[in-house]
Design a protein around this ligand. Structure first.
Ligand code: PMP
Length: 426
């Protein structure tokens, strides 16, 4: 069975939620791509640390020593999780968005940045200026490699950075990262991997992929909110102004009357000003350790559930899956779809209110990609639905979603829904 006990457990797996009728049902969380539930082992590790957390690096007290050790060990866990090279910096951030903004602020002047337009806004928006080249995402992974090659060939001389996602947060499709990295190398470009959506589902091996920077978020790899990471080459980060200024980013501040003299810290502290999120970083690190020990079971669990989900969705009249690279392309447990004649907002509201099922609706912070995919599919709908799987998902959740969609399409919702503040409510 796909739900063999060998997969790591998550908290809240038997939560019940109220339906609009007042009845309660077990919550079917099919929104792992937005945020994954916390692993039981992460909860326990956080619980153990809570009495001890204190400010890192700056305190001599026992709790500070404990926190400093936990914080620095977390860098080793992240390093192992992505198989980072020993020379690479591990900088803790708030999330993926923060990590990509840090990288964007650390680029040498006149760096050409090349990316595909199907990216999540976190990867699409931080790069500014005339040297940003946005490539229209082609309809196959092979074409993406070829078009990147052409684009890089026409970039001006100077530093170059390619930004690419590991797996699309819209379609779950896996990008040909190793092939894109090969092309980047050939043109002397560096490559940054947005692993926010890939890291929860498949092992990231930065050496095998040959990428220079990797970013991901704790809350998508089964830790709570508030921690993320940028792993990568330290030279640009070391040459850049600190991302935030304040305590921790400084080695020495001296008073010169009309000005202050500041000696900034080296990376990673250079970009980690202020009291760091020790508990969040520990949670992220423990999640990395646990996932890293359970890849085989995790990947198999999701493979079985994804096949079941897609087969079930294929039986719903009028339902079309969104796809960048074609239905057979490799994907993680994320599926977006439209149902002809049914607004995604009301479907999502009805799934929640009448069935206790949580999915996402909208454009998933990837407006360019979703608009294009809906246009290409000839959909009249402006928004899509997304069901996403992970360690908290079961066959029962998948079957309930398929049955609920079938009844919504065949009979319509049992309640009427009105729009309030942009949301549909019963
Ligand atoms: N990139 C991708 C591919 C994502 O799926 C997300 C989250 N939806 C992000 C970046 C941004 O992550 P965060 O909100 O944790 O910063």
């Amino acid at each position: 069975r796909s739900t063999a006990p060998a997969i790591p457990g998550v908290v809240g797996s038997s939560l019940s939620v109220p339906l609009v009728t007042g009845e309660r049902v077990e919550y079917a969380n099919l929104d792992h791509a937005a945020s994954a539930p916390c692993l039981e082992q992460v909860r326990d590790a956080v619980d153990e640390l809570l009495p001890w957390y204190a400010s890192v690096h700056r305190g001599a007290g026992f709790a500070s020593q404990v926190s400093t050790r936990v914080y620095e060990q977390a860098r080793d866990s992240v390093r192992r999780f992505v198989n980072a090279r020993s020379t690479e910096a591990v900088v803790f951030t708030r999330n993926t968005t923060d990590a990509l903004n840090l990288l964007a602020r650390s680029l040498p002047r006149h760096t050409s940045v090349v990316l595909f337009d199907a990216e999540h806004h976190a990867a699409l928006l931080p790069w500014r200026g005339p040297n940003v080249r946005r490539i229209a995402t082609p309809s196959s992974a092979e074409a993406a490699v070829a078009v990147l090659d052409r684009e890089l060939a026409s970039c001006p001389v100077g530093p170059r950075l390619v930004v690419v996602t590991g797996a699309s947060n819209v379609t779950g499709e896996v990008w040909p990262v190793a092939e894109l990295a090969k092309v980047a190398r050939r043109h002397g470009a560096r490559i940054a991997l947005d692993a926010a959506q890939f890291a929860p589902h498949r092992p990231v091996d930065v050496r095998a992929l040959d990428v220079d920077y990797t970013v991901f978020s704790g809350h998508k790899v089964y830790a709570p909110f508030g921690s993320g990471v940028l792993v990568g080459r330290s030279d640009w980060l070391q040459a850049a102004e600190p991302y935030l200024v304040g305590g921790g980013a400084t080695k020495l501040v001296t008073d010169h009357g009309d000005r202050l003299g500041v000696a900034w810290s080296a990376v990673p502290e250079r970009h980690e000003a202020g009291s760091p999120n020790v508990v969040g970083v520990h949670a992220l690190a423990v999640a990395c350790d646990v996932l890293g020990r359970h890849w085989e079971q995790t990947v198999e669990h999701e493979r079985v559930l994804l096949a079941r989900l897609r087969a079930g969705l294929a039986t719903i009249p009028g339902l079309s899956e969104l796809s960048l690279f074609g239905a057979d392309h490799d994907r993680v447990g994320v599926v977006s779809f439209t149902i002809s004649g049914h607004d995604a907002g009301y479907v999502a509201a009805a799934l929640s209110a009448e069935h206790g099922i949580g999915v996402r609706d909208g454009a998933f912070c990837a407006h360019v990609a979703v608009t294009r995919l809906l246009d290409e599919a000839g959909a009249h709908e402006q928004r899509a639905l997304r069901a996403s799987l992970g360690l908290g998902s079961t066959e029962d959740h998948v079957d309930r979603l398929v049955a609920a969609l079938r009844s919504l399409v065949a009979e319509g919702p049992k309640w009427s829904y009105v729009q309030r503040d942009g949301r549909w409510v019963p």
